[in-house]
Design a protein around this ligand. Structure first.
Ligand SMILES: Cc1cc2nc3c(=O)[nH]c(=O)nc-3n(C[C@H](O)[C@H](O)[C@H](O)COP(=O)(O)OP(=O)(O)OC[C@H]3O[C@@H](n4cnc5c(N)ncnc54)[C@H](O)[C@@H]3O)c2cc1C
Length: 451
């Protein structure tokens, strides 16, 4: 069958790969000039099957309320005007609140662990088949805590994970430092940690771009620099996809990016048996245009990529700093520090006072926990931190939509929130199986499948 995939993030490209594996004809449409240039570009790099607790939990509403006054808050709700796009934010927030209880939390964790384990196996298969190198470190993920109350709560979370078959161990401060001695000079602040030996880390952008090249080499048509302008449906079925080539002006400016204004004209109308919507946070408005309403809302996060000055003192075990809710992952001779989530629309600015404060918090924290290890100087002091932000396609449950929409021929692979890199390989494999008429081997509620 002929399939058009909308979006060349890690989800779209993994879907393309698995459809090609099953012998299907694939066209990928992407507005950027290459794969993985939006949310899949500079994330926390963790393949984190075992640290998959959704943001929605019993304690989240009160914490979020308190954090609304802090620029550096791990989770920041920035209310929009309650109409137009803003209306979707309020609806999303209400659905998120409905997930903030123990029963929903457990249900969501079970689904995330199931998809994570399936996806980890799929990633290993893909790496073995392609030989892609992407600064992969199979050294586990360690989580450190700076207060006893959080460590006690982590013990309960680790117990829940173990019930679902995940080997997450609680470790003492000394055990943590034995696993990753790089944090020795911060030892006085650490009260303990948890560790999952089977988790890993690696560069999502490098992997996705290399996989996209392999998809092209296997015959996939890669329409980079093309904006999806309209998804057409009629009588409950998909009809066509109108796309426009994005041209570059004399000053290098593009005719279109993420905004409705300045859209390019339609240059091609594509037809196929099936379409897969894998446009990350932009999947929601696109799907609404054909009457499919899914609660996928952008959750802005930030990262900083820093040059390592002392490789022998830099960590190799990917870590999570619980107090700041940030991930620290080594990618070759650089350290990636990433995290925080802001629910405040499609804003991708890095140069506002709020964005600057959140970026600087990341580098400041690296200096605190790994003093002198990386070049954390700001640009004006001769440093070269590469700051970045991206919009996680967040759902209230953190569980993605993988499956067939009510419009025949339109499939969805979107809403991967905080775990899109972890779940990409498996989401692509599972959707390709469903489209082929097979039932993927995991206990997961696929979108559109009978309960
Ligand atoms: C700070 C941060 C840290 C993170 N850390 C981790 C981590 O450690 N581990 C983990 O598993 N996950 C992590 N994530 C989450 C992960 O990065 C995302 O879930 C994942 O990248 C989403 O992939 P995607 O393919 O759905 O979206 P994207 O990568 O955004 O891809 C969607 C693509 O669709 C294209 N597109 C959209 N609309 C159109 C249109 N109209 N026409 C043409 N093209 C279009 C976009 O250009 C884009 O390339 C993190 C995210 C952030 C922001």
């Amino acid at each position: 069958m002929k399939v058009i995939i909308l979006g060349a993030g890690t989800i779209g490209i993994c879907t393309a790969w698995h459809l090609l594996e099953r012998g299907h004809e694939v066209t990928v449409v992407e507005r950027q000039d290459a794969a993985a240039l939006e949310t899949s570009f500079a994330n926390g790099a963790q393949i984190s099957v075992s640290y998959c607790e959704p943001w929605a939990n019993r304690a989240a509403p009160l914490k979020a309320l308190k954090w609304m006054l802090s620029k550096e808050a791990p989770l920041l709700f920035r209310p929009q005007a309650p109409w137009g796009e803003g209306l979707h934010q309020y609806r999303w927030a209400l659905q998120f609140l409905a997930q903030c209880n123990d029963a929903a939390f457990e249900r969501n964790v079970q689904q995330l662990v199931a998809l994570g384990a399936y996806s980890h196996a799929a990633l290993k298969e893909m790496v073995a088949a392609t030989g892609i190198a992407y600064h992969r470190l199979e050294r586990g993920i360690a989580h450190y805590y700076c207060d006893q109350q959080s460590l006690d709560a982590a013990g309960a979370a680790a117990g829940l994970m173990r019930r679902f078959g995940v080997n997450r161990q609680v470790v003492s401060r000394d055990e943590f430092l034995e696993l990753e001695p790089a944090y020795r000079s911060f030892a006085h602040r650490i009260v303990g940690g948890t560790f999952t030996p089977s988790d890993e880390s690696g560069d999502c952008r490098v992997f996705t771009q290399a996989l996209a090249d392999r998809c092209a080499a296997r015959g996939a048509e890669m329409l980079y620099g093309h904006q999806v302008l309209q998804l057409s449906a009629g009588q409950g079925a998909m009809k066509s996809v109108a796309v426009g080539a994005i041209s570059t002006g004399a000053q290098g400016q593009k005719t279109s990016k993420n905004t409705v204004s300045g859209m390019p004209p339609v240059t091609r109308t594509l037809q196929a048996d099936h379409v897969v919507v894998a446009c990350g946070s932009y999947s929601a408005p696109l799907l609404r245009s054909v009457g499919v309403d899914l609660p996928i809302y952008p959750g802005k996060g930030y990262s900083a990529t820093l040059k390592i000055l002392h490789p022998d003192r830099a960590p190799v075990v990917s870590a999570i700093d619980d107090a700041r809710k940030i991930a620290l992952s080594r990618l070759g001779d650089e350290l990636r520090v990433a995290g925080t989530i802001e629910i405040g629309g499609y804003d991708l600015q890095l140069n506002t006072p709020l964005a600057r404060a959140r970026c600087e918090m990341l580098t400041r924290r690296v200096e605190e926990v790994l003093p002198g290890v990386c070049d954390t100087r700001s640009e004006d002091r001769g440093g070269s931190p590469r700051y970045w932000c991206g919009l996680r396609p967040a759902t209230p449950t953190n569980i993605p939509y993988i499956g067939q929409s009510p419009v025949r021929g339109i499939w969805v692979n979107a809403g991967h929130g905080t775990l899109g890199w972890t779940h990409a390989a498996g989401s692509g494999k599972a959707l390709a199986a469903l489209m082929h008429g097979d039932r993927p081997e995991l206990d997961f509620r696929f979108y559109g499948a009978p309960a």
